[in-house]
Design a protein around this ligand. Structure first.
Ligand SMILES: *Cc1c(COP(=O)(O)O)cnc(C)c1O
Length: 357
């Protein structure tokens, strides 16, 4: 297989082992074999952060990462809830859209894309809005900024507010402290866990499910959890994606878990960053605030995104454009997936050639 190397923020380049798992046996989702697979995935997801199954549930949903985030957003704020959404990129704004679509009382703490979340500002906003829940994106893939989840969780705890987290592009490769305020964390198979697209999940505190309400039939988080706890499933799951996720979780654990994966991503990202900075290409964000998962860079003067993208694609690399107003200004490189330092060396060399042309 000679596919391109994916440097976009998911789906990722798969290992041969995970790709082979996709071709598992045909399975009926009402048979014991499927429930064994589902149980295995649910247990392995909790094990990523050593969470106790009595207190936490991993609920698997067939769909993209957005399905998991929307299931969390549409289910956990109960009757009379008010959600304060922190926005500093596309994905925070998407959570506000979810609150709108599901008619959930909400307010926003709106920041510029890439701006840091100031704890005093958050605290003041919580005092003003008096929410029951705060919703935040852990790693804002829009810019690569890693928001300070631990500080945000502690701020929520001081105010007695529950925290809902979009960790779609960080779960499995960044630290997540499951502090008391953290009520649910939504993520997906096909980013830092190196699974295939089609399976997503929410890690939720079991006691929070008691107050959940089903605002959408397909995205009813408490309904999924009840069925899955009873070795069932409400709908037909994306079984190949489940096979791949089970294999990917095994591979993740064998390779040393989330911290080893973070170190690996960071090594690759630092290599790319050093190479680009040496060539005068600027980071979008100051050093030290980006995730290990993805970094954003300003396009070099006179080089359009299309020229860079197309040149790299010819050489076998897929990079990612900026979103919204950043589309003409930046490019993004993710170091998720089955990638090697030698791939990054050749990437930098190819960028050199494109700029020189
Ligand atoms: C990728 C991503 C999502 C979800 O994207 P899907 O295309 O639905 O999988 C949500 N939030 C963040 C932060 C992401 O990076």
């Amino acid at each position: 297989m000679s596919g391109e190397l994916l440097l976009n923020p998911g789906p990722v380049t798969l290992t041969p082992r995970v790709r082979n798992a996709l071709a598992g046996p045909d399975l009926c989702h009402r048979e014991a074999e499927f429930f064994d697979l589902q149980d295995d995935i649910r247990a392995r997801l909790l094990a990523v952060h050593d969470l106790a199954p009595d207190d936490w549930a991993a609920v698997v949903i067939s769909g993209s990462g957005t399905a998991a985030v929307e299931s969390m957003m549409a289910s956990l704020p109960g009757e009379g809830a008010r959600v304060l959404v922190i926005e500093n990129g596309v994905y925070g704004e998407r959570m506000t859209r979810m609150a709108e679509v599901h008619d959930i009382d909400h307010d926003t703490l709106r920041l510029d894309w890439g701006e840091a979340i100031d704890m005093a500002a958050l605290s003041a906003r919580i005092d003003a809005v008096v929410p029951t829940h705060v919703a935040v994106v852990h790693h804002e893939t829009t810019t690569g900024r890693l928001n300070d989840l631990a500080d945000i969780a502690h701020c929520c705890e001081r105010h007695g507010v529950a925290l809902l987290v979009d960790a779609v592009s960080s779960f499995g490769a960044e630290a997540i402290e499951f502090a008391p305020a953290v009520t649910a964390v939504a993520a997906t198979a096909n980013k830092c866990l190196h699974g295939a697209p089609g399976a997503a999940f929410v890690i939720v505190r079991r006691r929070a499910l008691a107050r959940a309400v089903p605002r959408a039939l397909y995205l009813d988080l408490a309904g999924y959890c009840a069925k899955q706890d009873a070795r069932g499933t409400p709908f037909t799951p994306g079984i190949p994606a489940f096979y791949a996720l089970a294999e990917a979780l095994q591979e993740h654990a064998e390779a040393g878990g989330w911290s080893a994966r973070r170190d690996r991503y960071r090594q690759l990202a630092d290599q790319v960053e050093a190479g680009l900075v040496e060539r005068g290409i600027e980071r979008l964000l100051p050093p030290g605030v980006s995730s290990a998962v993805l970094r954003a860079y300003r396009l070099p003067p006179g080089v359009s995104y299309d020229r860079l993208h197309d040149g790299l694609k010819t050489a076998g690399y897929v990079i990612y454009a900026g979103q919204g107003t950043l589309a003409d200004e930046i490019f993004r490189i993710s170091t998720m997936g089955a990638l090697e330092p030698s791939d990054m060396t050749r990437l930098i060399e190819t960028i050199d050639e494109i700029i020189a042309r």
